[in-house]
Write a protein that binds this ligand. Structure first.
Ligand SMILES: Cc1ncc(COP(=O)(O)O)c(C=O)c1O
Length: 300
């Protein structure tokens, strides 16, 4: 499989070696392709420093462990590959993806045994997830008619490469003219969004769901920043009603940080623009990224 981003110069780590992008291949029999049987993590680098690299690599190993996928390198080895990919591609601000597929088995059948896992790492210049204007003004979101796959079926903590549930919900939202979907769980409680965790602010308190979610690194960072700013965060169960009536709603993700939501299902959130808590947390988050305080430098 060719992962083309337009550069023949770009170096990608795959199958134990660094190769030019147009030579980066995995087998069509890889279970990652055949069954979505793979895990991944996304990290970002700012000014030559990878933010919370340890946390991303820890989560990757936990996801792989839950699926009994043996990552071919240890944690230090994976981190070194990430940094080396950054160096080889001379990147400062980057979007980094670390993928581990279950690999090729003896037969292209669903058996997860006797497969040789494959580690893939690529880094590309940082790309914004959302149009700049939408980012400034706030997103228009809608609650999906579908439900997030419950953790009883597939633990939401596993960051796996099967994102169809999220993709379908995003498609539904986009095709209804909205920027993003809000995902409810089977019980009707707010879970997350396709690729984001969800926060609300009301009367100076932050609220975020705690079940049926990927435990986001940015979510954790926001909660740490909130503590530092003396803001209380309540982790719990919330309904659409709570979202509609929040003073502020925002989404969090490594690739992009903090995005205000200005509308949910046609209900204006607060004043219909990024609110003061969202703006303050976003500013603190950006300062933290730039400071490098919790980042790993690419060049030792
Ligand atoms: C389903 C889902 N929820 C939440 C997030 C946000 O997690 P993080 O802040 O670690 O990027 C992601 C990120 O990819 C995700 O895929």
């Amino acid at each position: 499989m060719n992962i083309r981003t337009g550069s023949s110069e770009r170096q990608i780590y795959v199958g134990g070696e660094y190769v030019p992008e147009n030579e980066a291949r995995i087998s069509v029999f890889d279970h990652g392709l055949l069954y979505g049987d793979a895990v991944y993590d996304t990290a970002c680098a700012w000014s030559g420093k990878v933010f919370k690299l340890d946390e991303h690599v820890d989560r990757l190993f936990e996801s792989a462990h839950a699926l009994k996928i043996d990552i071919p390198l240890d944690k230090e080895g994976v981190k070194e590959v990430v940094l080396e990919v950054m160096r080889r591609n001379k990147l400062d601000n980057a979007y980094i993806k670390i993928i581990v597929t279950r690999g090729v088995g003896r037969m292209p059948l669903m058996s997860p045994y006797h497969c040789k896992p494959n580690l893939i790492v690529f880094a590309i210049p940082y790309l914004s997830l959302i149009d700049n204007r939408v980012q400034q003004e706030g997103l228009r979101a809608g609650i999906s008619s579908m439900r997030r796959i419950p953790s009883e079926c597939l633990d939401a903590k596993i960051k796996c490469c099967n994102y169809l549930n999220h993709i379908l919900m995003r498609m539904e939202a986009n095709e209804a003219g909205l920027d993003e979907a809000i995902e409810l769980d089977i019980g009707g409680y707010v879970a997350e969004a396709p690729g984001y965790n969800v926060f609300m602010a009301k009367h100076g308190v932050l609220y975020t769901p705690g079940e049926n979610i990927l435990v986001g690194v940015t979510r954790q960072t926001v909660m740490e920043l909130a503590v530092a700013e003396g803001l209380q965060t309540v982790v719990g169960r919330f309904t659409a009603f709570d979202l509609y009536n929040a003073d502020e709603v925002f989404l969090t993700s490594t690739a992009g940080g903090i995005f205000a939501v200005k509308e949910v299902d046609g209900r204006t959130i607060g004043r219909g623009k990024p609110g003061p808590i969202t703006l303050m947390l976003n500013q603190k988050y950006m300062e933290l990224l730039q400071s490098g305080a919790q980042s790993t430098p690419v060049h030792a």
